[in-house]
Design a protein around this ligand. Structure first.
Ligand SMILES: Nc1nc2c(ncn2[C@@H]2O[C@H](COP(=O)(O)OP(=O)(O)O)[C@@H](O)[C@H]2O)c(=O)[nH]1
Ligand SMILES: [Mg+2]
Length: 388
């Protein structure tokens, strides 16, 4: 053991060594890790412990899966242009918002945990259907392996966009901290990019590191031993931007989900909420777009739908054919979308026999463009494909 741990950390270490059940061990190890000061001398120890923690959590997950036969499945089948999940503590106004957005009538309550199962509904931004799912309230400790907690987290992992629902009449920092903490423990990172590293295993040739000038606080040797710790002896490691050893651990352990996220600030009709809204923007506005709403007064709902649409990162494309004119319903495609993507959606033949396409775009000087398969489409483009 590297020495020089402060007494609190040593006490936590002892507690961890004495822990008996899996959940006790996980909890104690988390506390032990939190008590260790972070500096060069403790980096390796921290990494070992975090790896141990990941193993224990995986063990817990597989054991709860095995014992979980017969439980209710929380999976929500996707519909429309994409799925937005409403995530928040209890009584923050998730159900009320779902009802206003989708015209459902899910029970709204001023007592905790009214909503016990995921509730899906569909809202429309112009002609775009967007699926909204309310999950049961997240709570402190949800990521520590309880069945409900794991189910909630797995629905969130499957969604396209996470909407953090924050009650402007309650403690903002506490809500944000709890949500982010639980999601982070559940390996869901919001508005972050994966570390700029790729590890490609090879059949031989040892470990080659490309871009080592980007390494921060570690050497190529450290990277090589970390890979070996993970059972990788032959690989090409490509580094595209600044990374440290912790980033490498993240990549090697994998299974982290990165999600785009926004904050929906609720109950804006109640007195005293504007100062909380300002605080929320000041504190979190650089990372999250913050959209204020009042479900009771139906305010801010259109702006919220527009933001959902933008965050889904899709385009609407209408097809035109000489006989029937312009299609009423759009084809919805993930950006960047090309003519080829549309062609594939219609029929494979449109790719095989493709000659060219015409695109009508109002914002352009020349409204009709003659284009090829690689042409990138914008929202509201109208397209006609010509085949041989
Ligand atoms: N004044 C006001 N009250 C709201 C608003 N949205 C929700 N509430 C109230 O907050 C309480 C909890 O709402 P609910 O939607 O059940 O919260 P959930 O537990 O997050 O689903 C209920 O009493 C709602 O009537 C709002 O926009 N304005
Ligand atoms: Mg609810």
């Amino acid at each position: 053991m590297p020495a020089n741990l402060p007494p609190e950390a040593l006490a936590k270490q002892r507690k961890y060594q004495e822990a008996k059940t899996l959940t006790e061990k996980i909890r104690a190890l988390e506390e032990y890790i939190a008590a260790i000061p972070k500096h060069k001398g403790t980096e390796k120890l921290l990494m070992q412990l975090k790896r141990k923690l990941a193993k224990l959590k995986a063990e817990l997950e597989s054991s709860s899966k095995r014992s979980g036969v017969g439980g209710v499945s929380f999976h929500v089948k996707k519909e429309g242009a994409g799925q937005i999940v409403l995530v928040g503590l209890t009584c923050v106004g998730k159900s009320e918002l779902l009802n206003v957005l989708t015209g459902k009538s899910v029970e709204v309550g001023d007592y905790p945990f009214t909503t016990k199962l995921p509730e899906p509904g569909v809202t429309y931004y112009e002609d775009v259907p967007i699926q909204i799912v309310e999950v049961p309230a997240l709570f402190e400790g949800a990521s520590r392996g309880s069945r409900l907690g794991s189910q909630i987290l797995s629905v969130i992992r499957n969604a396209d966009v996470v909407a953090l629902v924050i009650d402007l009449t309650a403690d903002i920092k506490h809500q944000m901290r709890t949500l982010i903490e639980e999601l982070k423990n559940g390996k869901i990172y919001l508005n972050m990019r994966p570390p700029p590293v790729e590890v490609e295993k090879t059949p031989g040739g040892g470990i080659n590191v490309i871009g080592s000038s980007y390494l921060r606080d570690c050497s190529v040797g450290d990277v090589v031993s970390l890979l070996r710790d993970h059972g990788i002896y032959n690989a090409i490691v490509k580094i595209f931007g600044p990374v440290n050893l912790e980033d490498f651990t993240t990549v090697l352990e994998g299974s982290i989900t990165y999600k785009p996220a926004l904050i929906v600030a609720t109950k804006g009709d109640l007195p005293g909420t504007s100062s909380n809204f300002e605080k929320l923007v000041e504190e979190f506005g650089s990372v999250f777009k913050v959209v204020p709403v009042s479900s009771k007064k139906q305010k801010g709902i259109e702006a919220l739908k527009r933001t959902f649409f933008e965050m889904l990162d899709v385009v609407r494309v209408y097809t035109r054919d000489p006989a029937q004119g312009v299609s009423e319903k759009p084809i919805i495609l993930k950006k960047p979308a090309t003519v080829a993507d549309v062609a594939k959606r219609i029929h494979r033949r449109f790719i095989k026999d493709f000659k060219f396409a015409r695109v009508w775009r109002k914002s352009e000087k020349v409204e009709v463009l003659k284009v090829g398969l690689d042409f990138e489409l914008q929202d509201l483009d109208i397209i006609q494909i010509y085949t041989s």
